[in-house]
Design a protein around this ligand. Structure first.
Ligand code: PNW
Length: 461
C-alpha cells in the first residue's frame, strides 16, 4: 500500500475497541412502516430549500429491510463494535405513551444479529430524530422534552439492556441545539439564539434524567455516557482579542457541555458571555446534580479544528450589535469534500486537553471520518486513498494523545456506509462502504480493506 503507514498506530493496545458507526435516520429508510411517525427530520426534508436536491430519508440505505446483510458486512470488516442509533418515533410514536412493539422489534433483531456475529452493539438513544409531535409541543427548548426523553430511554433500556452493555444518551447536543435552533442549518430549522441555549440545558437535563433512571434499573454490567462533537479551538494570533475569541468559542462549543456534565456547574465565563447577549441558562434547583452523573465513557466525535480571531477584516472588535467578533480563520490546509480542513494535530491536542482538564473520564472516539469526491468504477469499487490517509493520520493522532496521557479506549469510523448526510443529502459520502443508491448494492472501498487490515494487525491477528 502507498498510504496508511503511520507507525504510531502500532502502539495501540490489543484491547483497544474498534468499530463503525451509523445513525437511524441516515440509513434506515422505511419512514412510515410498522407505526413510525414523522420526526423533525422528515418535516425538515419536506421544507423546500432545506436539504440538497430535496433529498430525504424515506428510503436512505434501506437498512430496515437489509439489516442481516448489513450486519454480515460489518462482520467482514473485522470490527468488534457497531454503534447505531434507535429511532425514537419508531419505538414510541409521537414521543409519549406506550412502546410500539413492532418498531422496537427491529432493534431487538438487530442486537441478536450482531451478537450472533460476535459484534458488540453500542446504542445511541438520540441521534437527532425528535418525534415531530414533541417539536410541536416546544421541542428541546421546552423543559418537558427532557422528561419525555428519559421515559423513552427507559422503554429502550428495558427491552435491550439484557444484551446491550454500552449506552450513549445523546449524539452531539451542540448540533441539536446550535444548528437546529440557532443557525437553522439542521432540523427543526429555527433561528433563535435564546431558544438554542434553552435547548442546551434541556438536552443535558434529559441526559442526566435518563442516565439516572437507566443506571438504577440496570441488572447487568452497563456503561453510560454521552457523545459530544468537539474541535480544538486556538487563537489566530497571540493578541488579546484573538485569545478571547478562542476562549468564547471553546466555551460555547465544548466547556458548556463538559463542565456541567463532569464538574456540576456551567463555566462562569460562558454564563457572563451569554448575559452580554441577553440570554440566561434556565437552570432550576437540583438540575445540576441531575446533569452531573458519573460518565463511564465520554464519546468524542472529531472532524476538524478551528482558529479564531476576535476582530473582523477591518480590525473591529465589535459587530453592528455591539457584540464581540468571533471569526474563524483558515489554517490553509487541505480540505475534505465538506470543506473541513484536515487537522489531525488538533485531534491530538483536543484529546490531551480533555484528559488534562477532566481527569478520570475515559473516552472513546464514537465518530471520525471524512467525505471525499469518490469515483466508483464499473464494479462499484472506490480506490479512496484520500480517505485511507485521513483515517491513518487520525487514528495515529489518537495513539499520540494516549502517549500524552489521554485515556482513549476505542475508535469508531464514521461511517459504515455512504448515507443520508443531513442537509447535504446523498451528495456527500462518508462511507467505508460505497452504496449505489439505485440498486442498494454495497461495495467496500479500499479504505474499508485498509481499516480491516489495520485492526487485524493491532489486535495481533
Ligand atoms: C456528525 N459541524 O455531524 C454527525 O454525528 C453525523 O450524523 C454526521 O453524518 C457526521 O458528523 C458528518 O457530518 C456533524 O458543523 C455535523 O461542525 C456538523 C458538524 C459536526 C458534526
Amino acid at each position: 500500500p502507498t498510504v496508511g503507514l503511520d507507525p504510531a498506530i502500532d502502539t495501540l493496545p490489543a484491547s483497544f475497541r474498534w468499530g463503525v458507526a451509523t445513525s437511524a435516520y441516515q440509513i434506515e429508510g422505511a419512514h412510515d412502516e410498522d407505526g413510525r411517525t414523522p420526526s423533525i427530520w422528515d418535516t425538515y426534508c419536506r421544507t423546500p430549500g432545506m436539504v440538497h436536491d430535496g433529498d430525504n430519508g424515506d428510503v436512505a440505505c434501506d437498512h430496515y429491510h437489509r439489516m442481516p446483510e448489513d450486519v454480515a458486512l460489518i462482520g467482514s470488516l473485522g470490527v468488534d463494535t457497531y454503534r447505531f442509533s434507535v429511532a425514537w418515533p419508531r419505538v414510541q410514536p409521537g414521543g409519549r405513551g406506550p412502546v410500539n412493539p413492532a418498531g422496537l422489534a427491529f432493534y431487538d433483531r438487530l442486537v441478536d444479529e450482531l451478537l450472533a456475529k460476535g459484534i458488540d452493539p453500542w446504542v445511541t438513544l438520540y441521534h437527532w430524530d425528535l418525534p415531530q409531535e414533541l417539536e410541536d409541543a416546544g421541542g428541546w427548548p421546552a423543559r418537558d422534552t427532557a422528561y419525555r426523553f428519559a421515559d423513552y430511554s427507559m422503554l429502550v433500556f428495558d427491552a435491550l439492556s439484557d444484551r446491550v452493555r454500552d449506552w450513549t444518551t445523546l449524539n452531539e447536543p451542540w448540533c441539536s441545539a446550535m444548528l437546529g435552533y440557532y443557525e437553522g442549518r439542521q432540523a427543526p430549522g429555527r433561528q433563535d439564539f435564546g431558544a438554542a441555549i434553552h435547548a442546551v440545558h434541556h438536552l443535558l437535563l434529559g441526559h442526566g434524567l435518563a442516565t439516572q433512571r437507566m443506571r438504577e434499573a440496570a441488572t447487568t454490567p452497563t456503561q453510560f455516557g454521552i457523545t459530544l462533537n468537539m474541535s480544538h479551538s486556538s487563537p489566530a494570533t497571540d493578541s488579546e482579542a484573538d485569545r478571547e475569541a478562542a476562549r468564547r468559542a471553546d466555551g460555547l462549543s465544548r466547556r458548556i457541555y463538559l463542565d456541567p456534565l463532569v464538574k456540576g456547574h456551567y463555566p462562569e465565563d460562558v454564563v457572563a458571555d451569554l448575559a452580554r447577549r441577553g440570554v440566561a441558562i434556565p437552570v432550576q434547583d437540583g438540575d445540576l446534580e441531575v446533569i452531573r452523573q458519573p460518565i463511564d465513557v465520554l464519546g468524542v466525535n472529531y472532524y476538524s479544528s478551528h482558529k479564531f480571531s476576535g476582530v473582523d477584516e477591518q480590525g473591529n472588535a465589535e459587530d453592528a450589535d455591539g457584540l464581540p467578533v468571533d471569526r474563524t480563520v483558515r489554517f490553509g490546509l487541505p480540505v475534505t469534500a465538506m470543506d473541513w480542513e484536515i487537522i489531525p494535530e488538533g485531534f491530538t491536542e483536543l484529546l490531551a486537553q480533555i484528559g488534562r482538564e477532566y481527569p478520570g473520564v475515559p473516552m472513546v472516539i464514537t465518530e471520525n471520518g471524512a467525505a471525499f469526491d469518490d469515483e466508483a468504477d464499473d464494479t462499484g469499487f472506490v480506490q479512496d486513498d484520500d480517505r485511507t490517509a485521513y483515517l491513518d493520520s487520525h487514528i495515529a493522532a489518537v495513539a499520540k494523545a494516549r502517549e500524552l496521557g489521554a485515556d482513549v479506549r476505542g475508535y469508531f469510523a464514521w461511517s459504515l456506509m455512504d448515507n443520508f448526510e443531513w442537509s447535504y443529502g446523498y451528495e456527500k459520502r462518508f462511507g467505508l462502504v460505497h452504496v449505489d443508491y439505485a440498486t442498494q448494492v454495497r461495495t467496500p472501498k479500499s479504505s474499508a480493506l485498509w481499516y480491516r487490515d489495520t485492526i487485524r494487525r493491532v489486535k495481533g491477528g
